[in-house]
Design a protein. Structure first.
Length: 250
């Protein structure tokens, strides 16, 4: 249990998790858990089911070891996902990524997300009912410049969020859609470094984006990540990549 760590009051058996996007509807939680991930994030889930964008909408850029996705948050909706989570037997740590429905106007996004203060208030209300406080993290874009990142860090401190996931996919250099994988590695690492500098040592940071090897995981942890997540690297490398990353932690 050398690689176990306690973050946000939760004990993680190891710091290498699965990122949102692979199991959008929570249908494979038990199967994925058997591979050895320290935690699993499902979703992104929207309040109501939605079909997403027309196909084809997911592409491999094999030479770049990258993916381009323009899925459009296709999912079966919050009620379905809640039922799948309840039916899973995995006793480990599950994160759920939430997003707004595509047809919800931006000015009404708060109705879908209950984001920032409303989401915090709702979390406290539920904590009082269930006697369990669930950590709330925000996932940020790698396309923010230094000033925007600094402003984001100030907002994160101001709202007392439990942590930050850095980063999402990039639209820079992408042939339409969100680009993930090896081309995102350096930018995601730089965002993480800047956030760690701005936020100090207290705020948990989950490093994601372009983690394609155990060396990448090590570099992200060295740069200040508390935990890391795989997605595109896992698509290309499969379970052996996870084994390699976990071996590299000892």
């Amino acid at each position: 249990e050398q690689s176990a760590r306690t973050v946000m009051g939760i004990r993680f058996p190891n710091p290498v998790g699965l990122s949102a996007g692979l199991d959008k509807n929570g249908e494979y939680i038990d199967a994925l858990s058997r591979l050895g991930f320290g935690f699993i994030e499902i979703g992104t889930v929207t309040p109501r089911p939605q079909p997403g964008n027309p196909r084809p909408r997911l592409f491999r850029l094999r030479e770049s070891r990258a993916l381009v996705n323009r899925m459009g948050f296709n999912d079966r909706g919050a009620d379905y996902v809640a039922a799948r989570v309840a039916a899973a037997t995995y006793p480990g740590i599950r994160g759920i990524s939430i997003g707004k429905n595509a047809d919800t106007p931006l000015e009404r996004a708060v109705d879908d997300y209950l984001v920032c203060e409303p989401l915090q208030e709702e979390r406290e209300r539920l904590a009082a009912i269930h006697g369990k406080r669930v950590p709330l993290l925000v996932k940020i874009s790698p396309d923010l410049d230094e000033a925007a990142l600094r402003a984001m860090a100030a907002a994160i401190r101001g709202h007392a969020l439990d942590g930050v996931i850095a980063t999402n996919t990039t639209t820079q250099g992408s042939p339409g859609g969100g680009l993930s994988g090896a081309p995102l590695r350096e930018r995601a690492l730089e965002c993480l470094r800047q956030l760690r500098q701005e936020l100090g040592t207290d705020v948990p940071l989950i490093g994601v984006g372009g983690l394609m090897s155990a060396a990448d995981v090590h570099a992200r942890l060295e740069a200040g990540a508390t935990l890391v997540q795989l997605y595109t690297g896992f698509v290309y490398g499969g379970p052996p990549l996870l084994d390699e990353c976990l071996q590299g932690l000892h």
